[in-house]
Write a protein that binds this ligand. Structure first.
Ligand code: UD1
Length: 342
């Protein structure tokens, strides 16, 4: 199938590109190679892949990129958290205006299949279980509580501690930072487009993706890359809060197979898929694993916090397994060792 892959020069995009090629697809990449996202502006496409260097907000470039295409995988985005309010316009423009331009172009070109890179951050704090009130949605954590070292979000009804639950795709959306808001908006724009045109959308809600090629030393680097860089400099990883925050670290090659499975198999309607390994870990545990692999200093738990961070976010990825027959293949300790030694 002829596919357009936006963001194909990015961290996840390059792995998706490899998987698309391995599955015999004819791939055109559209990527802006913008300097704040790409460590090297000199990326060149592998043999057999056509690259168009342009921004998704450029509708003339989009029209050109969509020629002859049957399906689009939209990964081009500004990632990270959004450090302050000054970041809002760029997230809204790069991610949301960019998606809107792409969707309008797809409607003009009659391209009806879309796979969107979304994120687990759309769920905010996710779902917690209160001994008295059952499944509840915790509100944003208060800065006062974080400063006092109270990191666990309490039950919004009675204030008691919550046990964590896995978040399914029907959990309410509750974005807590600029990036998360831009991902929710992207999903909604895609849904509007699907209703209006009869197109299909698979929204891939990626969990914490790690693996070879992870961006390092940029404000948008994920925690696994930050810890690896510190250990390589001989420094201890600095673990925020108390290190007990849980995430599901999913290997980028598994994310690529999930994304391509959705592109191939999801052909009608709008469907969200959580993409996680299924085994949540704490950030402290991950820091220890990397320190072991690199024989570096033990992690330091700093008690620092970032206001936009959620405490725990752990996916229930069973829909992806049940409906698209996807299975993750990279084990956590093997994947972390590979990242450490890459
Ligand atoms: C990450 C991704 C986001 C994606 C989401 C999906 C990045 C930068 N963010 O968000 O794009 O949508 O997963 O679930 O890749 N931490 C430390 N020390 C540090 C830096 C961070 O302890 O030096 C902690 C943070 O406080 C947080 C956790 O590590 O609790 C994860 O942080 P981060 O890697 O930035 O990712 P998420 O916010 O989970």
């Amino acid at each position: 199938m002829k596919v357009l892959l936006t963001g194909g020069a990015g961290f996840i995009g390059q792995h998706v590109l490899r998987e698309l090629q391995a599955r015999g697809h004819d791939v055109r990449v559209l990527d802006s190679l913008r300097a704040d996202v790409h460590a090297s502006p000199n990326w060149s496409a592998p043999p057999g892949v056509e690259i168009q260097v342009a921004d998704v907000r450029d509708s003339t470039a989009i029209d050109r990129a969509l020629r002859g295409v049957q399906s689009v995988l939209h990964l081009a985005a500004k990632v990270g958290l959004g450090v302050d309010v000054d970041d809002l316009p760029d997230y809204a423009s790069s991610n949301d205006a960019g998606t809107a331009v792409l969707l309008a172009g797809m409607a003009r070109a009659g391209v009806s299949r879309l796979t969107l890179a979304s994120s687990m951050v759309v769920y905010g704090e996710g779902v917690g279980r209160c001994p008295e009130h059952g499944a509840v949605t915790p509100g944003p954590r208060k800065e006062r509580a974080l400063a006092a070292g109270q990191f666990e979000p309490p039950c919004p009804v009675c204030g008691r501690p919550l046990a964590t639950a896995l978040v399914g795709e029907s959990a309410p959306l509750d974005p807590r930072n600029a990036y998360a808001s831009s991902k929710v908006a992207q999903e909604f724009y895609c849904n509007n487009w699907a209703r209006a045109t009869g197109g299909s959308v698979a929204a891939m809600r990626y969990h914490n993706v790690y693996g070879p090629g992870m961006p390092r030393n940029t404000p948008y680097a994920g925690v696994a890359a930050i810890f690896t860089s510190a250990l390589r400099r001989g420094e201890a990883p600095r673990v925020f809060e108390d290190g007990g925050q849980r995430r599901d670290f999913v290997h980028v090659r598994d994310v690529a197979t999930a994304t391509v499975a959705a592109c191939e198999q999801h052909v009608s309607g709008v469907r969200a898929f959580n993409v996680g390994s299924g085994t949540p870990r704490t950030v402290g545990e991950m820091a220890n694993q990397l320190a072991l692999a690199l024989r570096g200093p033990a992690p330091v738990v700093t008690g620092q916090y970032r206001l936009g961070d959620v405490r725990h976010i752990t996916a229930d990825s069973s829909r992806l397994r049940d409906e698209l027959a996807w299975r993750p293949s990279v084990d956590f300790s093997a994947g972390m060792a590979e990242l450490a030694l890459a």
